[in-house]
Design a protein around this ligand. Structure first.
Ligand code: ADP
Ligand code: MG
Length: 491
């Protein structure tokens, strides 16, 4: 654990440097039609308590029946995390009282989870580093319902629509060392889940939530005491929560105090974490095997079959984009971050220059979509249209500069790029006669500059600019360069 510490990741305290240590427990809602142990719908929204079976409401005598689809999804996720799949696992009761937990316990997995150790490879954009985050386990458990305290002055309400929905709890080892790394990890994990189709990753709806464990230590020391920040529901807040919690702990330690292990909440409005309860220990929950459920067993052939059906995952896709299209690691990871942008890219790049396609998508299209608050699935410029624009540049029908104007027209008005160029006279002028005429005009208007250019060939650039202006950006820049050089007598 005493690997050399990158000084850039350290936090400067009043008494020296500190290192942050982070481990995360992510709750990811399984994509399935029905709940983990009942046939009630998992659909979001709906009237309160409209998706609740007798099992979810914990009526006496009701028995849970495992939903195979949730098991399948958990195994597929485990495979996507390159993790060990346990052919036998068990469900346990985690006992606690809460009004939105009518059973009085949550069915979870404790000692033997369905998925064991795995890993996630994470590119951290801020540092340019690639880190490996080890996964400790993934287990299946039920979600709780929701208590609503703000609808009535003296009463609280309970909505059990979520009660019993399947969650995957994905626990990382304490391998993260900064807020940047933590954010990149959750982003990557979410990408993998979305590729697999096992969780939609929608944090606004609470379908992906993070419990963030944070401690600090002097570089090279043993791990410090951690606090767990519960239920952080956006990637930005995860970063903020880590920063403020680390600073809080450092201030206490530098003051000679000690950290109490506790569960805390992040308040994004105040930018602080505050204590919720002291940390509960496993024995507080009186875990025991759920007598209503048999151990979960399946054979290796079942797992192998699911492995065969996995889609190409982001790491593989990134490697393929680099190998097949010559993309940089950065461009490739930007494009594979969403399956939809990777697909769009491949459609544009097919039979064209991959690097040009990547540049246009990352630099022009993403920027423009961003401005409009749209994502790539809503892009007004289709892959075929963007491909058309790139073809016109390749064929030297238009210059790179005109291509940007054309892109804007296609973005706002639609239409076939080739037709637009034709109709609006945007074609590049390659006709030497026309270019020569423009050059002669510029030369005639600037006799002093012509004199200077003989001694100072760098003025050529200025002349090229003038000629481009004269031709509305349509002159072929290469032709302009050559003709200008000979007319000005520059080598
Ligand atoms: P518990 O069983 O009490 O929940 P775990 O050992 O399962 O504790 O750890 C829960 C999470 O806390 C894991 O994600 C783990 O990586 C993280 N963690 C453990 N120790 C530390 C530490 N000292 N600092 C930060 N995170 C930690
Ligand atoms: Mg835990």
């Amino acid at each position: 654990m005493n690997a050399p510490v990158n000084p850039k990741k350290l936090i400067k305290g009043a008494t020296g440097d500190w290192e942050i240590v982070i481990g995360m427990e992510i709750h990811a809602q399984v994509t399935s039609q029905a709940k983990l142990f009942s046939g009630a719908a998992t659909a979001f929204g709906g009237d309160p308590n409209s998706h609740v079976s007798l099992v979810d409401a914990a009526m006496p005598g009701m028995l849970p029946v495992i939903n195979e689809e949730c098991v399948r999804q958990a195994i597929r996720t485990g495979l996507g995390l390159k993790a060990e799949i346990n052919l036998k696992s068990t469900f346990d009761r985690k006992n606690y009282f809460y009004p939105d937990l009518p059973q009085g316990y949550q069915i979870s997995q404790y000692k033997s989870p369905i998925v064991g150790e795995g890993e996630v490879i994470v590119d951290v954009p801020e540092t340019g580093e690639t880190i490996t985050v080890r996964i400790e386990r993934l287990h299946l458990e039920q979600d709780a319902g929701k208590s609503i305290h703000d609808l009535h002055p003296t009463l609280s309400f309970v909505d059990l629509n979520r009660s019993g929905v399947a969650l995957m709890e994905i626990v990382s080892k304490p391998d993260l060392r900064s807020a940047d790394e933590a954010r990149a990890y959750v982003t990557k994990l979410r990408t993998i889940l979305r590729y697999l189709g096992t969780c939609d990753g929608d944090m606004d709806k609470g379908n992906l939530r993070a419990d963030v464990n944070v401690s600090v230590r002097r570089p090279g020391d043993e791990f410090g005491t951690r606090c767990e920040i519960k239920n952080v529901n956006s990637i930005r807040f995860i970063g903020q929560a880590i920063e403020v919690e680390a600073r809080r702990q450092i201030a206490i330690l530098e003051d000679g105090g000690k950290i109490d292990q506790e569960t805390r909440l992040f308040d994004p409005n105040k930018g602080e974490t505050r204590s919720m309860r002291s940390k509960e220990e496993a024995h507080d929950y009186r875990y025991f095997p759920d007598p209503d459920l048999l151990p979960l067993e399946f054979d290796q052939a079942y797992v192998d079959d699911l492995a065969k059906g996995l889609p190409e995952l982001p790491d593989q896709k990134k490697a393929r984009f680099m190998a097949d299209y010559g993309l940089s690691p950065y461009d490739a990871s930007v494009l594979v971050a969403e399956r939809s942008s990777a697909d769009y890219f491949e459609e544009v790049a097919k039979g064209r220059d991959g690097k040009a396609a990547a540049n246009w998508i990352i630099n022009e299209l993403f920027g423009r979509l961003n401005k409009e608050g749209k994502d790539i699935t809503e892009s007004p410029v289709s892959a075929a249209q963007l491909g058309g624009i790139i073809d016109l540049i390749g064929e030297q029908v238009i210059s790179g500069k005109i291509a940007k104007d054309l892109f804007e027209i296609v973005f706002t008005e639609g239409g076939d790029p080739r037709d637009i160029v034709e109709k609006r006279g945007m074609k590049q002028v390659t006709d030497a006669g026309a270019i020569e005429k423009a050059i002669d005009e510029v030369i005639a208007a600037n006799p002093d500059k012509v004199e200077q250019a003989k001694a100072k060939p760098t003025l050529l650039g200025w002349f090229v600019g003038q000629v481009m202006k004269q031709t509305g950006g349509k002159a072929n820049p290469q032709a302009v360069n050559e003709i200008l050089k000979s007319k000005l007598g520059i080598e």
